[in-house]
Design a protein around this ligand. Structure first.
Ligand SMILES: C[S@@+](CC[C@H](N)C(=O)[O-])C[C@H]1O[C@@H](n2cnc3c(N)ncnc32)[C@H](O)[C@@H]1O
Length: 446
């Protein structure tokens, strides 16, 4: 692909690695660059090189390919197909929290930098990181089995295990590098008829230098081309456009919006987060979402039989969470309905004597037939929510203080940057919980 004439180029961006920057004025709604279908790394372009058809998902196959052709000893990748692209991928993910978890599990060293960083994370973030880790290890199991069964594929590896066998730990470490490249750089790309097919993803050279913005109009728009069902004429090239109504000036960074992700998700999936001030969070001009699922699970478990009964009636969809935006700060709908039902049950943990009547009263509010169950029920659930928020506030204040203590002793750049990120995760909890308490005190109708 000829890239020297493009109106954009990758440039170093402080705190974000590289980013995609305009090198000249780019008018609105203009094609910025086109990536030919043959330059994309996805299940369709890779599968022909792995016969017989591997039973691997898109993520697993692309990760396998990167694993095999990972550049070593600062030499270019030996891949005859995508070598030039693979050679410029990030070489290390030491600042990604999944790497910390992986290292902690391998080294079991409670004094390592990674273990210290993990110990400082809010528990909800650790739970989400463990979800990411489960996916990683499941993908590794599949790829490892495939490699065991297809020794000719192993023989292609840049680091030639046949001559100098590498340990499974090193192989897994290389897979982690490959997998993180896939998971932090792939875009959604419609390869299959079904919109939700997990193979609908691709690595896309040049575009994958674009960083994320939370703004509603990112500067770089794929103009839906990635979401069009595949046509009969085969795989399409991808053209990316500037936004409908904005000029980009030379030196201006062009962004993508990775999705409407919370900071917790951005952090565990991509290893970064967006920043907001106390004022923005308290006012609701910055979005923050805090999952309070664990506190609610504990409340329900504490209700014994009544809790088991209650769970049957709660919708599985939606989150138990609190939010700063849109202002005023508020609990999620599922959290409100759960707390209402919790307080309909009364103080003890036995099943109500008249469960149908109890349920009926509650259902009328979930169906919108009644605004509330009773004044008393409203006061009780809001008091419980205040209690949950106050616990979050205390934990978050302790979390912030602990991070600040450790950060004051740290001299390593990337580690310091991570302390700032972790502090932001705690601050987000702190100010979101404070803002919800304020909404309750001000009598906001949720
Ligand atoms: C698709 S890549 C973007 C290019 C990348 N910055 C690079 O140097 O190659 C996604 C990664 O970029 C970084 N990133 C993206 N958006 C960011 C942002 N707004 N702030 C900080 N880092 C960001 C994160 O490390 C993320 O995992």
């Amino acid at each position: 692909m000829e890239t020297s004439t493009l109106p954009v180029e990758p440039r170093e961006i402080p705190g974000a690695g590289y980013g995609l920057v305009a090198v000249r004025h780019i008018p609105p709604a203009t094609p910025i660059f086109t990536v030919p279908a043959s330059a994309l790394l996805n299940r369709d372009t890779l599968q022909p090189h792995y016969s017989p058809n591997p039973v691997l998902s898109g993520t697993q196959l692309i990760s396998l390919h990167l694993l095999i052709y990972r550049p070593i000893d600062h030499l270019p990748s030996t891949d005859p197909l995508f070598g030039p692209y693979i050679s410029v991928l990030p070489t290390s993910f030491h600042a990604h929290p999944l790497t910390w978890l992986w290292k902690e599990r391998i080294e079991r060293n409670a004094n390592s930098v990674e273990s210290h960083l993990l110990a400082l994370l809010p528990p909800r973030v650790v739970r989400d990181l463990e979800r990411v880790a489960r996916t990683f290890y499941a993908d590794w199991d599949k790829v490892y089995t495939y490699l065991q069964e297809h020794s000719y594929v192993q023989a292609r590896m840049s680091y030639r295990p046949a001559e100098a066998p590498i340990s499974d730990v090193v192989l897994q470490q290389n897979f982690l590098w490959a997998w993180l490249n896939v998971n932090t750089r792939c875009i959604y790309h419609r390869l299959r008829k079904s919109q939700s097919d997990p193979d609908n993803m691709t690595l896309c050279p040049i575009l994958d230098f674009a960083n994320h913005t939370a703004q509603s109009t990112p500067l770089l728009m794929p103009r839906n081309v990635t979401n069009v069902a595949p046509g009969k004429k085969g795989r399409e090239d991808l053209t990316f456009f500037s936004p409908e109504d904005t000029w980009a000036a030379p030196g201006q960074e062009l962004f993508l919006k990775y999705g409407a992700h919370s900071n917790c998700t951005l952090f565990v999936e991509y290893g970064f987060l967006t920043r907001a001030t106390e004022r923005e969070l308290l006012r609701g001009s910055a979005q923050a979402d805090v999952d309070v699922g664990q506190a609610i699970e504990r409340l329900i478990e504490g209700k014994g039989n009544a809790g088991v009964w209650m769970k049957d009636w709660l919708e599985a969809e939606g989150n138990w969470s609190i939010h700063t935006s849109p202002a005023p700060a508020h609990p999620s709908y599922r959290l409100i309905t759960t707390l209402r039902l919790y307080h309909v049950l009364g103080a003890d943990s036995d099943l109500p004597e008249n469960p149908d009547e109890v349920l009926d009263e509650w259902r009328k509010t979930t169906l919108g037939e009644r605004e509330m169950i009773s004044e008393q029920n409203e006061a009780l659930w809001k008091a419980t929510l205040s209690c949950i928020c106050n616990i979050i506030i205390r934990e978050a204040e302790a979390g912030v203080a602990q991070v600040e203590r450790r950060a004051s002793e740290c001299t390593v750049d990337w580690e310091n940057w991570m302390y700032e990120n972790i502090e932001m995760l705690w601050q987000e909890e702190l100010y979101t919980a404070k803002a919800v308490v304020r909404s309750i005190e001000e009598g906001v109708q949720f």
